[in-house]
Design a binder for this molecule. Structure first.
Ligand SMILES: C[S@@+](CC[C@H](N)C(=O)[O-])C[C@H]1O[C@@H](n2cnc3c(N)ncnc32)[C@H](O)[C@@H]1O
Length: 743
């Protein structure tokens, strides 16, 4: 079970922790700090009484912010742990005894500040608790009024309850300035608020009723008038008016207009601009003068509105008359006359009617918009449903006239174009694809499509016709797809089309032989396909291709382009020898636009990079070089000194120079020594082994440790069993000898 989170008052917030860290006895210390920061009452105070002060947080703050050696007295029901330079009393602030104790402490002194952070024991019920709190505050005020000096400050906690306002009113009777605030350290969920009463008026005589809850608070049943009742009730202020201004007509001086930050707003408020002598310049034309009287403008506006409304009405009436005279002839004249009378009489309502009309128009407009929106949403929903049922492709509707054409391919009517495509004429393919905007129907075809989409409205005969045409179109589509797929079927279709074309041509009269008609093309298409049924059924591959063709113009063009390849020429897969394929794989690469020389150059660069020593090695080498140079410098100096010495012989000089250079490591280069392993052992004279050049050194094949072990063994063997102890001793005591021997 996790720990239950503390909420509200029980929560340990940042001020709690801050108080712990800074050594204040309570988190409320920060409330006083914040209040003092705002109202600065502690700095000037020389004497202070803190009522309800335990555990003493406020007292700590007071002693910190008040001048040194100030008088600070803390009172509480419970004892307060001693605080340096603070007097503490354990008293109930509501009692006479407390008052006397304070008097005793203060003698004739008056205090500059009285604080009250009192919180009575609560928990009975809200009403009772609120009253106890208000009562405690009232008692604190009573003490404050007794002990405060003139101009002094009373800082008190008040709970926001129904007694809050009466309390404020009472405070106002004794202090010049009463301000309520809630410091940041006071929890938001707490109903407490702090009232800072400044400038104690110190009246000569105070009516004791002020501190009597019977009079002070409303809810207490009393025969006498409550304090609240004594407060004169002000008439509620009229809203929307600035103070003391109850008119709607405002005159302003023209200079105010000139000074205004926002002239447009200013004019909105002004009813009249008063022109002064200073404004009577040549810039102030008669027109401007007229405009200065806003009333004139307003009158003009009303008149103009009436005039325009009337004009509109007249026009409408004239139009009505013209129509009715056409329809009804002379009879309507009387009615029109009546209407005229009515309109004359209702001139006052003209404006109203116009507004009404405008509202109607607006309503109609809105309704129209809503209708359109609803229609659009309905269409979108239908389209979604179709897509879900796999009736449509996303973004493509087969329901609309436009979309039905996408799959119909009715536009592929020109057999000649198809034949041209099959022959490889890409221009013809382009014409086919471009024609009538991405396979959309021509006007004529559009009619056909309409017929198809409206199939449900047709009779049986028409339906048959539509079905027949649809079949034809499907066949054309399949033919087209086969053309794209190649696989030899293209050739067959081509042959069929050609054959039929010839037949048709032969049957046609002379004048029509120039070019096949659209119908003839259609006929021949359907016939040719009928000859082989299996070719008319589209495979899934074909359907997929068809979809792509229908949805994208570019895709269709690309497919036509890609249909021309080596496998398109034959039914059989094109057999090629393996060597040819190998060769293809090897050489069928796109040449890279770089020369051999360039490649070689970069190869060389890579080599250089790879042969470079790694950074750390290079650094070590550089260090070594620097050291050598330094040594050389030093050796040179020493050598010069030796050479310049006069009191030594040349031979001596040479010897010294040699030793200097040797020490500097600049003598002879280190000889390369070849190590030769010999069974005879290290240091023994052996003949130069073949292939070894220069200096060579003979070493034993065994490791040093092995060698020592062997030597010890030999020694032991020499000494025999009886001498074992001696031998051991020799290891320690006669080690020098053996060591020497080993050396
Ligand atoms: C919130 S604490 C005061 C904290 C104090 N300001 C501080 O900073 O440490 C409220 C105090 O009011 C005291 N109190 C309540 N009723 C009182 C009374 N009638 N007379 C004296 N003290 C009273 C309580 O004993 C309690 O210590």
């Amino acid at each position: 079970m996790g720990k239950k989170l503390k909420v509200g008052k029980t929560r340990k917030d940042k001020f709690y922790h801050l108080a712990k860290e800074t050594g204040y006895r309570s988190r409320s210390s920060f409330k006083l700090i914040q209040l003092n920061r705002k109202f600065q009452f502690l700095q000037k105070a020389r004497a202070l009484v803190d009522l309800c002060a335990a555990p003493g947080g406020w007292l700590q703050v007071a002693s910190k912010f008040m001048p040194v050696s100030s008088l600070i007295i803390g009172v509480d029901l419970v004892p307060i742990k001693p605080i340096p330079n603070v007097v503490t009393l354990q008293e109930d602030i509501t009692t006479e005894k407390c008052r006397q104790s304070l008097r005793k402490e203060l003698q004739t002194w008056k205090v500059d500040v009285v604080l009250n952070d009192g919180a009575p024991n609560v928990g009975a019920n809200w009403q009772h608790d609120a009253f106890s709190q208000a009562h405690l505050t009232l008692m604190a005020l009573k003490l404050a009024c007794e002990f405060l000096t003139k101009g002094g400050t009373f800082v008190t906690k008040v709970f926001r309850s129904k007694d809050y306002q009466p309390l404020l009113w009472i405070f106002q009777q004794f202090f010049k300035k009463v301000q309520a605030t809630k410091p940041q350290a006071s929890r938001n969920e707490s109903a407490e608020i702090f009232v800072i009463c400044q400038g104690f008026v110190a009246p000569d005589k105070i009516d004791s009723k002020f501190f009597d809850p019977k009079y002070a608070f409303k809810e207490v049943e009393v025969q006498a008038k409550t304090v609240k009742e004594l407060i004169p009730v002000k008439k509620p202020k009229a809203e929307g008016y600035t103070d003391g201004d109850l008119t709607l007509y405002h005159s302003f001086m023209v200079t105010d207009f000139l000074k205004a930050e926002n002239p447009v707003d200013f004019l909105g408020k002004a009813s009249e601009l008063l022109l002064l002598y200073c404004a009577c310049t040549s810039h102030t034309s008669d027109g401007v003068r007229t405009c200065c009287s806003m009333n004139l403008l307003l009158n003009w506006r009303s008149k103009l509105r009436r005039y325009l409304a009337k004009k509109l009405k007249d026009e409408a009436k004239q139009l009505d008359q013209e129509i009715s005279s056409d329809e009804e002839g002379s009879n309507s004249e009387e009615e029109a006359g009546k209407k005229e009378d009515e309109e004359e009489g209702g001139e006052d309502n003209e404006e109203e009617e116009m507004v009404k009309k405008l509202a109607e128009l607006k309503a109609e407009e809105v309704a129209e918009l809503k209708r359109k929106k609803r229609k659009l949403l309905k269409e979108q929903r239908k389209q979604r449903e179709r897509v879900e049922l796999k009736m449509d492709l996303p973004g493509v509707s087969i329901a609309s006239t436009e979309d039905s054409s996408l799959f119909s391919l009715v536009s592929i009517k020109k057999k000649k174009v198809l034949v041209d495509i099959s022959k490889g004429d890409m221009k013809a393919a382009d014409t086919l694809v471009d024609e009538d905007d991405d396979f959309h129907l021509s006007d004529e075809d559009g009619d056909d499509a309409d017929k198809m989409s409206l199939a449900s409205d047709l009779d049986d005969e028409d339906l048959e016709e539509v079905e027949r045409r649809q079949k034809e179109l499907e066949k054309k589509l399949s033919l087209y797809v086969f053309l794209l797929l190649g696989k030899g079927k293209k050739r067959k279709a081509e042959e069929d089309i050609k054959e039929e074309e010839e037949q048709q041509e032969a049957a046609l009269p002379e004048e029509e032989k120039a070019g096949p008609s659209l119908e003839a093309a259609e006929e021949s298409d359907s016939d040719s396909d009928d000859s082989s049924d299996d070719e008319t059924i589209l495979s899934p591959e074909g359907l997929a291709l068809g979809t792509q063709i229908a949805t994208s113009k570019k895709r269709a063009r690309d497919l036509v382009d890609s249909s021309f390849h080596r496998f398109a020429t034959s039914d059989e897969p094109w057999e090629v020898p393996e060597w040819f394929l190998d060769d293809e794989r090897k050489h069928r690469k796109r040449p890279v636009p770089v020369t051999k020389e360039m490649v070689e150059e970069y190869k060389q660069k890579w080599k250089e990079i790879n042969s470079r020593p790694i950074k750390r090695v290079a650094e070590a080498k550089a260090r070594k070089k620097r050291r050598t140079l330094k040594k050389m410098e030093q050796a040179k100096k020493k050598a010069e000194a030796v050479v310049n010495t006069v009191d030594i012989s040349e031979r001596e000089k040479m010897a010294q120079l040699k030793s200097i250079y040797k020490k500097a490591g600049l003598g002879k280069e280190k000889r390369e020594v070849t190590y030769v392993v010999s069974k005879k052992g290290a240091g023994k004279k052996v003949r130069r082994p073949p292939g070894v050049k220069g200096v060579f050194k003979v070493v034993d094949g065994r490791m040093k440790k092995d060698l020592r072990g062997m030597q010890r063994k030999e020694q032991r063997a020499k000494g025999g069993k009886g001498k074992r102890g001696k031998g051991r001793q020799a290891k320690g005591g006669k080690g020098v000898k053996s060591g020497k021997g080993r050396k």
